[in-house]
Every structure is written in C-alpha cells, then in structure tokens.
Ligand binder design. Structure first.
Ligand SMILES: Cc1cc2nc3c(=O)[nH]c(=O)nc-3n(C[C@H](O)[C@H](O)[C@H](O)COP(=O)(O)OP(=O)(O)OC[C@H]3O[C@@H](n4cnc5c(N)ncnc54)[C@H](O)[C@@H]3O)c2cc1C
Length: 397
C-alpha cells in the first residue's frame, strides 16, 4: 500500500504504465471511481479492462435506494447504502465539474406502491421494518399517490414515499468517470488481466465485477438481471422513481428527462445474458399495471446484465487475506451504483494512508472464509468467469 504520495520519482518518470502506484482491474463504476479518486490524489494509476463500462453497469437502472433496498437482516449493508447515498449529491457535482459532463442525478424521490390488497400487505411489512430502522418512509393513501403522480393507476391500493431514494444515469456516470479518470492522469489499458501475477503495481485493486472470482477465488457469482428501456414521445408522464408489487411481481420504473424509462428487473441465478419473452412479458405486465401509459411508449432495448453477487449480498472490500497489496472492491450485487462514492472514498483512503476506515470492517474478505488457491480458481469464460450455475431463482427485484 502507498503510505506517502510519491513526488520526485513522478517527475523523473511520468509514465504510469512503467511503474504504477495503483493498478485497477475492471473499468466499471467501482474500478473507475477508485481510479479517479486515486489519480486525483496524485497517484500513478493504470486501469485494465478490454471493454470499459460493458459490465453490469451497462444494464443498471441507476436507483440510489438505501430505503427501498433496506431488507430484513441486512442492517450493516443498509448503513453503507445510507452513507453512500448521502455522498451522492457532492460526488455527482464534483464528477460533473471534473468531467465537464452531467451524470443525470435526480432527487424527486421514490414512490413505493402496492397494486392489490395482498401486494400492499407484503409491502407494508417491509415499510414497517424500514421505518423501524428510522428510515424516512411516509405512507400515502391512493388519492395522495395520484396527487403526486397522476400517471399512477387508479387501481393502486396504497403506497409510501421515500424522499431520500434518488437516481442517476449509469451510462452517463460511466462516461463521466472515464473522462475524469483520464483527465486526472489515469491510463486505461484495453486488455483483460488473466492472473494477478501479470500486474505489477504498488497496490492492485480487483474491481472486475463477475470477473473477480477467477482472479481472486472470492465467492462472487453472476446474478442475471433482465431489464427494458422504453421511450416516451416527450418527457415521461411521471417524475418519481416508481417501485412496487403488482400481483406478486416486483417491478420498478425509472424515468429520465430525455424520455427514457428503465423497467426492471429480474433476479436469476443464471450465467447467460439471453433475453427471454417470459421476462419481457412479466416486466411489461407489472409496469403497465402500475403506470398504464407506458403501454404507449416505444420499446427500444431489452438486455440482461450479470450482477456481481456475494453470499450475503454485501460488497467485499479490503485486502485479500495474506495479500495486503491486493485489495478487493467487488461483490456489489444490486447496489454498485449507489455504493460507488463510498467504495471509491474508502478504498482510495486505504491506499493513500494505509489505515482502513472502520466502515470497511463488516465488509472485509475474511468474513467469507478461506479463498481457493490460485491453481483451483475457475477459468475465465468470455471475460466473465463463473463460479457455479444453479437453477433459476423465482424472486424479482
Ligand atoms: C439489470 C440491473 C439493474 C441494476 N440496477 C441497479 C440500480 O438501480 N442501482 C444500483 O446501485 N445498482 C444496480 N445494479 C447493480 C450494478 O450495476 C452493479 O452492482 C455494478 O455495476 C457493479 O460495478 P462493478 O464496477 O463492480 O462491476 P461491472 O459494472 O460489472 O464492471 C466490471 C468491469 O470489469 C471488467 N472485467 C471483468 N473481468 C476482467 C478482467 N479479467 N480483466 C480486466 N477487466 C475485467 C468488465 O469488462 C467490466 O467493465 C443493477 C444491475 C443490473 C444487472
């Protein structure tokens, strides 16, 4: 780890490729944000990725949802989500200034809704849990929901408002992070890393999403998410993120000012990226149940991404056991966009100071048990190595 910023050596050897302080493997939001933060602090940074921005983030909706994503038994993760969401306004502004391009940060908040009485009963149990944690969830009657968003279906039985759950556009985010990293002096190398021994740097950061397992032995597995992009003729007829239960299906709709609406997403224990007609049917049925007018929108894209899942749904952050110069920043699962600012800050601080922030402790790789030795690691498959394949999961998110 780098405990002091190099200065004289940099002047005599300005090429980061020859002796980087930091090598980041993976140019998704996590790897690029770490690279940007490190480069901005004067470190020589190299980022390896054959196809930057092509991972899970390309499919992501961009919800920054510490409240709606606060689930039973995940209170440490909820704390990190809340911390990172609070960093987002300043992060977005700083990044926009550094890159000269906007990242689509919007703060209208999120409406959480239930279509049927059964849907509302399920949703209310979750809202009660979230309120019990002190999170800001304001229950709303159907008429109050429709006062806020007239586009919502009159069939909705009730809902709640999560005013602190915002959104950003992940594709704009990726573009801005890449520009900011390069402007700060970071260098992108468009080749994959097959083994950690290929990389020579003061500190190596593994931020390769689903590719992290084959490099480290960490139990990161792909969790498939199918998602749709619709386009309204002008701006969508609603401004809030809408998330809800519709006849037992979970669905979200994320509107953007340019007319795009992201509808998602499945959550499947699968390793392929095939779009299935059944998933499209279920997503559109649930979405139009909640916001009928989206049936008139153009369907412009259907794709699947592979979330980098961890065994406890929380990210894996910090040095690999017995390898202090190799840091994991992976396993962000459904939360890599919202967790981008806190991950980048904590990992960059660790690299610069050598001292881990106490916030990192619950997310250390050690919590997951011993890692496979290098000879036992799974072989990379098309840049996204897989650790196992299990039957399709029924739940959605
Ligand atoms: C459908 C869907 C919806 C989502 N919605 C949200 C949301 O609303 N909010 C939210 O917070 N999160 C969301 N997510 C999750 C989020 O996208 C991920 O958590 C996030 O992208 C993880 O970022 P990452 O940088 O770790 O990985 P990725 O975005 O997957 O990027 C990994 C990068 O590593 C590269 N790579 C892989 N292997 C190697 C190698 N060997 N060498 C070099 N480079 C390599 C890849 O090319 C890729 O560019 C969603 C995900 C999906 C699929």
């Amino acid at each position: 780890m780098v405990s002091e910023l190099p200065d004289t050596s940099r002047d005599s050897n300005p090429n980061p490729l020859s002796s980087p302080d930091v090598a980041v493997i993976g140019a998704g939001p996590i790897g690029l944000a770490i690279a940007w933060r490190c480069a901005a602090r004067g470190l020589r940074v190299v980022v390896h990725d054959p196809d930057p921005g092509s991972g899970a983030a390309y499919a992501a909706a961009g919800m920054l949802a510490p409240v709606a994503e606060a689930y039973f038994g995940e209170h440490e993760l909820t704390g990190l989500l809340t911390d990172s969401a609070a960093r987002w306004p300043a992060f977005a502004a700083e990044l926009a200034a550094a890159a000269g391009t906007d990242v689509g940060y919007r703060s209208e908040g999120t409406l959480m809704v239930g279509l049927t009485a059964d849907d509302l009963a399920v949703a209310r149990r979750l809202w009660a849990y979230q309120q019990g944690l002190g999170l800001p969830v304001i229950p709303l009657r159907p008429s109050e929901l429709r006062d806020r968003e007239p586009a919502l279906s009159p069939r909705l039985r009730g809902g709640a408002y999560a005013g602190t759950d915002h959104q950003v556009d992940p594709r704009r985010l990726m573009s801005a992070l890449r520009i900011a990293t390069e402007r700060a002096g970071g260098v992108l190398v468009p080749t994959p890393v097959q083994r950690l021994t290929e990389v020579t740097a003061g500190t190596t950061v593994v931020a390769a999403g689903c590719g992290s397992a084959a490099l480290t032995g960490l139990p990161v597995r792909p969790v498939k998410g199918q998602v749709l992009r619709l386009r309204a003729p002008e701006a969508p007829g609603f401004q809030h993120v809408i998330r809800g239960f519709a006849d037992g299906e979970q669905v979200y709709l994320v509107p953007r000012p340019d007319g795009e609406v992201v509808v998602g997403a499945t959550s499947e224990e699968r390793t392929d990226t095939m779009v299935t007609s059944g998933a499209v049917l279920r997503l559109l049925r649930a979405a139009t149940d909640l916001v009928p007018e989206v049936a008139e929108y153009e369907l412009v894209e259907a794709l699947a991404g592979l979330r980098p899942g961890s065994p406890d749904n929380a990210p894996i952050l910090g040095p690999l056991p017995g390898r202090p110069a190799v840091l994991a920043a992976t396993g962000h699962h459904r939360h890599g966009i919202v967790l981008t600012p806190v991950t980048a800050d904590l990992i960059a601080d660790l690299i610069v100071t050598g001292t881990p922030d106490p916030l990192l402790a619950p997310f250390a790789p050690e919590r997951l048990g011993p890692l496979a030795v290098e000879a036992e690691l799974p072989a990379p498959v098309r840049g996204f190595p897989v650790t196992r394949s299990t039957p399709q999961e029924k739940s959605w998110n």
